[in-house]
Design a protein around this ligand. Structure first.
Ligand SMILES: NC(=O)c1ccc[n+]([C@@H]2O[C@H](COP(=O)([O-])OP(=O)(O)OC[C@H]3O[C@@H](n4cnc5c(N)ncnc54)[C@H](OP(=O)(O)O)[C@@H]3O)[C@@H](O)[C@H]2O)c1
Length: 249
């Protein structure tokens, strides 16, 4: 077994889903805050390596977070290399686009894939990283949820349920893991990433109806992640960032 690293030095963050989109922006902001950042991705290997290379002290790890032992492998690699883990940001996620009224299209397989990535995925990180996060005394877990988990709507019914579930899980974890680890959620509305690039109809709706009359940028979600990390009296909360869309009746 590799010798354990010394825990001194700058704080360490893992960004699950840090290769692209919101996660990549979070990785960049954490780097600006002086973190050593571990970018985790599965398929977007070149993008993930490029994000890690753009950071002062970045590392890319390839892991399919749908697999049962992937989070543990990531955390063990982090412990061996750095001897500490201060922050986990879980921005990885999956969905399929199915109208909510199309009940017959939602097979067990659809449910299982979505719940595995969006609910079990962050849960497995919590189990794997609990002791390391607690060890530093000021650990942070931040999950990227979704407006779909707060309001009606979203790309599919299982996706919306998975985000509602992870929101509630984080509320319970805020309770269970205090005082050494704070757990919070940022729940975006429509953010311009590859995830939404062909969602023309919804983009028009948001631009027309939301009080801020535009869609969001990944950097704006990353800023909330940093804000939640700095907000030392906040835990178990869900912060919605949707340009005010949810205010519209
Ligand atoms: N964009 C929006 O409007 C919006 C709105 C609300 C919530 N969100 C949430 O924001 C998060 C990030 O989405 P995004 O918009 O930034 O889209 P994105 O760029 O497609 O990000 C999704 C990330 O999840 C990772 N991922 C997916 N399956 C994985 C697996 N099996 N193992 C490891 N990583 C995996 C992807 O990495 P690989 O490509 O390497 O697999 C990718 O980095 C998601 O949780 C999504 O639900 C997005």
């Amino acid at each position: 077994m590799a010798e354990k690293a010394n825990a001194s030095g700058n704080p360490v963050a893992v960004v699950a889903g840090g290769s692209t989109g919101i996660g990549a922006s979070v990785a960049t902001r954490l780097d600006e805050e002086g973190y050593r950042v571990v970018v985790v991705g599965s398929k977007s290997v070149e993008e993930g390596k490029a994000v890690a290379a753009s950071l002062h002290d970045g590392l890319f790890l390839q892991a399919d977070l749908g697999e049962a032992d992937a989070a543990q492998h990531v955390v063990t690699a982090v412990e061996n290399r750095y001897g500490r883990l201060d922050t986990v940001v879980y921005a990885a996620g999956t969905t399929v686009r199915i109208p909510h009224s199309d009940i017959q299209a939602v097979t067990d397989e659809v449910w299982e894939d979505i719940l595995r990535m969006n609910v079990l995925g962050p849960w497995r990180f919590v189990r794997a990283a609990e002791s390391l996060l607690k060890r530093g005394g000021q650990g942070n877990l931040i999950v990227v949820g979704a407006l779909a988990g707060v309001d009606t709507g979203g790309s599919s019914l299982p996706y919306a349920v998975s985000k509602a579930a992870v929101h509630h899980m984080c509320k319970l974890l805020g309770w269970a893991l205090g005082p050494h680890v704070r757990v919070n959620v940022v729940a975006p509305g429509f953010i311009e990433t590859r995830w939404t690039e062909d969602w023309a109809e919804l983009r028009s709706l948001v631009t027309e109806k939301a009080p801020l009359h535009r869609t969001g940028r990944p950097e704006e979600i990353a800023e909330i992640v940093i804000g939640l990390m700095r907000s030392t009296y906040v835990t178990g909360q869900v912060v919605v960032a949707d340009g005010g869309l949810s205010l519209v009746p």
